[in-house]
Design a protein around this ligand. Sequence first.
Ligand code: AMP
Ligand code: MG
Length: 329
Amino acid sequence: MPVILQPDSAAIAQCAERLRAGHAVGFPTETVYGLGCDSTSEAAVAEVYRLKQRPSSNPLIAHVLDAAMAKRTVIGWDVRAQKLAEAFWPGPLAIILPRRSEICASSVGGRTTVAVRAPAHPVARALIEAFGGPISAPSANRSGHISPTTAAHVCEEFPDEPSLPVLDGGPCEVGLESTVVDLSRARPTVLRLGAIDAAELEETLGTQVFVTDPGIQGASPGTSPSHYAPHTPAELVEEGALAARLTSEPSPVAVLAFAGTPVDAPHELFALPRHASAYAQMLYATMRRADASGAPRILIVPPSDKGALWDAVRDRLRRATARRPSQRN
Ligand code: AMP
Ligand code: MG
């Protein structure tokens, strides 16, 4: 099991040293926990891809302290990037621009671009500051699985890595991965939905912002139809169809739905709050509990509420329930 560290200054210094030595560190951000490494070290980047079993084409986000560090990471930090950073950093927005040559090509799947984000979590910021440069980090889970939102989740993902330190920053406040906006194209384009939506970006930039259809495979690397998925087969069931579905289930299933949804024994309700930000914060932890319950199937009732965060939630639920290639026949 990885070692959980309380994030005091000695632990931060120890983890920064480990990053300098070319190794990976688990750390909290306000979105999800990350598995960080030195963005400029091929060996360190290779370790993260190996630990995660992440396809080498799937790029990592470089975590920076602020716009000044972002400028040392990307080329062409322009007025649009500056406006977005002023409005949303530190926070859950990753900005894609051409990368400087110091940022390993292998950390971005060979691309000429890199996504930069300044996280708001004080432990993430302390780690970046102590390290003194960008930290490339994907979510700290095995590729394709549910993102971790506590230090304990990171340990569950990497049970065979006793030397991996994980800084414990408590449960993540946002709970969903960052919004990713690509400024390397002629038109600013959102590649991944998150807590910050295209309308807010448009308002800040004063120009139209496009959104890639999340249903299009390969629109953005890593946003394949199946992602963020539990091990247990999971399926979306509309609220109106749930009661009939439960009576026809041959064995007890786990149901992920709003608190108060009628679910009779032997089926089990894994309840989620009605408020969008509370729902997003709890989603992955609740999905993990449903996954660990032993039920042979998870039925997820998708919320129908309007709003940017709900759109991001539905995007993740669709991916969590998409059939994995190994399940296709
Ligand atoms: P994760 O590290 O798991 O949060 O995933 C980061 C995601 O951000 C990737 O899977 C891509 O969808 C997107 N992303 C990061 N960097 C780039 C980039 N340079 N170009 C396009 N998409 C990117
Ligand atoms: Mg991820």
